[in-house]
Design a protein around this ligand. Sequence first.
Ligand code: GDP
Ligand code: MG
Length: 164
Amino acid sequence: MKPTIVLVGRPNVGKSTLFNRLTRSKDALVADLPGLTRDRHYGHGRVGEKPYLVVDTGGFEPVVDSGILFEMAKQTLQAVDEADAVIFLVDSRAGVTPQDKLIAQKLRMSGRPVYLAVNKAEGANRAVVSAEFYELGLNLEPFVISSAHGDGVWDLIDSVLSDF
Ligand code: GDP
Ligand code: MG
């Protein structure tokens, strides 16, 4: 079975950077402007013998970030519904935000298998970083990663794929 792995998180946490790494492409547009990725949402990847499909939900987000009123776009929720696994990205430097909490709540309700990835954590203290995100109430051991540098990314994907 080829699992569909859906990347979810508020704008600017690094979804497209992770997408690029997991698909080894530069096709997703990565930028400092939140919500800029619009052009490509699906990509194929493979680890060893195991293929997977990755979905970058960034392009489904509204371009204007409405702050505390943010809700996950319908299309993102639809992608989550169709996911075999969800990677929920948060930003280690920003800490837990209200948007993260809303997303966590939606993901809990979705009943899909969720993997929490604390991104932008190059050089960070893993224990300190993971402790902070327990607040999201997902009851998960976070994967502390750097999508930009690659740290922890293959541990994460191996763990996701081990269930398929
Ligand atoms: P998206 O909006 O969630 O798709 O986020 P992007 O992938 O477009 O990344 C947003 C910004 O964060 C860009 O400037 C990326 O270069 C940067 N970024 C992504 N991953 C990392 C990381 O692991 N470490 C650092 N320091 N920056 C990152
Ligand atoms: Mg993006």
